[in-house]
Write a protein that binds this ligand. Sequence first.
Ligand code: TPP
Ligand code: MG
Length: 662
Amino acid sequence: MQPTDRRLANAIRALAMDAVEAANSGHPGMPMGIADAATALFTRHLKFDAVDPHWPDRDRFILSAGHGSMLIYALLYLTGYARPTLDDIKRFRQLGSPTAGHPENFELPGVEVTTGPLGQGVAMAVGMAIAERHLNAVYGDDLVDHRTFVIAGDGDLMEGVNHEAVGLAGHLKLGRLIVLWDDNNITIDGSTDLSRNEDVVIRHQAAKWHTTECDGLNADDVDRAVKEALADPRPSLIRCKTIIGYGAPNKQGTAATHGAALGKDEVEAARRELGLDDEEFTVPDDVLTAWRAAGKRGSVDHALWSERLEESGRKDEFLARLNGKVSDAWLRPYLNNLLADLKPVATRKASEMALEAINAALPATIGGSADLTGSNNTKTKGQEPLTADNYGGRYIYYGIREFGMAAAMNGMALHGGVIPYGGTFLVFTDYARPAIRLSALQKARIIYVMTHDSIGLGEDGPTHQPIEHLQSLRAMPQIEVYRPADAVETAECWALALQSEGPSILALTRQNLPSVRTEAVEENLSARGAYRLKPAENNRKVIILATGSEIEVAIGAAAKLEEQGIGTDVVSMPCTERFDAQPAEYREDILPDVSNREILRVSIEAGATYGWERYTGLHSLRIGIDRFGVSAPAKDAFDYFGFTPEKVALRITDFLKKRGIQ
Ligand SMILES: Cc1ncc(C[n+]2csc(CCOP(=O)(O)OP(=O)(O)O)c2C)c(N)n1
Ligand SMILES: [Mg+2]
């Protein structure tokens, strides 16, 4: 006899309780409350094949309430994914176990995205749903025809990014996105009455979503609501009324079950309440068999899909696209054309010029901007908007939703088959930062096109002038920050960003810059992160390290120093992270040992000096800006802060005198 849905759900509850108890850490309440709804979803609706977590046409499932990680670990184990094993679950939250505290996409193939920072799961799901519709428009129903399901908690729907994501999804009519809201009226501090009186359902309706409700503790009722959502062309919110910690008789319905082990006595009481085996980490045979059968439900669909792929005539192209490898064959011809006709351009403009070649060569790119298209120069000729009427378009008007844009791009990149890039002002990386951090953690290949990268943006003043941003972004692991100095470097940096496994930030100027790279060379010099742009003519006494727009200043200052017989190298450093990764000999050649007091190292960057001592040494000169900017034309702002060849040269000669280097 087929076990009841409740018994299937209770297997989730048991594993969640036991794992949290063993770790003495974790969140049992959420999985226990939503277990029946998750059972309905995984046994009746979700299209997946546990033996192939990478099947491109699988439905995507996102546990936005990542603290309830035991829910997804239990589901993956029960449905028969290779990992996590039962032993992995016994080692929940332990060092080296893939069952990390929060679900990590890089630990388990069944985990589509990393969640835990509340709100971002739903926002990434929006990106997944965009990628699905786009690829559907390109490859058709035969190859791309899946849905994106989300389980979200009260917290996910309270976060600001949720408002951005819900607005975007409603606008783009992402009808294949279905969010199940675990409406348990509890968050960490207690009842949601403490902090919320908005009508979440009406808010979704106002954003043009379909909404419905169900008893989240009744799999049949959840099934009914999901069917309703599937039939509706709009994105759907299913309000699942649940009880947090359901089954723990003395604690259910309270915040006590949210984020702590239930305790031995309560676990025992819950076992009796739910009719579970006494022994921990056991799943009755008939229940496991039923779950494993559910894990194979998709195998027929999968096989039929594989046949269609074989017959499509587009198999190699499709798989290559999903595989994500891109060629940089566009770069050489582009640079040859560029070098034939050099003129001063802003690097944001140079980025657009490079993008013309990139978008023509790489069909996977999808551009966009958070309402600064004309400023970020992110849209190329002939790039059609991606809209509800034309999912095949390759440009997204994200609106003024920087965080929502970045999170959606994470979802798009992790869906696969597309390479998202998107722009805003560099200063507003702060608005997008939590998603940028998840791009880095998840290794999502996204190219952030961040323009107006310094006081050089001029008149908009201190609110718009980045100061600490470059250094703070460089401090983030697993992301590369590029600040190119001219059009050639901009194209080189674009090529590197596209080849990268993870995210990149391009920091680009508003103002025009002269060409500093005027000769064709075989090598992508920016790939080294830093390289000698101009070697000293006289005996080398100074090495100037500079980035982006300050290269022009550095070259001017170096010329003045050379006039005085002071040999000066100018090193362009478009990417500190790449330089750090170079072999020691290379780094030593560009920047000889800090202990060499005969050579003064100077950094010039129109931003925080914080951290530049890493390259200049402590007792050197760092020219930057350690205060907020000024509202003034760019030229005046640069002059005011001392970024002119004259002022820089003077500071260097003064410093040399102080040091006793003549
Ligand atoms: C951005 C963010 N802020 C705070 C937290 C810490 N946190 C984890 S769960 C949680 C409460 C979430 O409430 P809800 O979504 O209702 O989950 P439930 O208590 O119902 O499991 C908070 C504040 C977080 N993970 N992410
Ligand atoms: Mg809650």
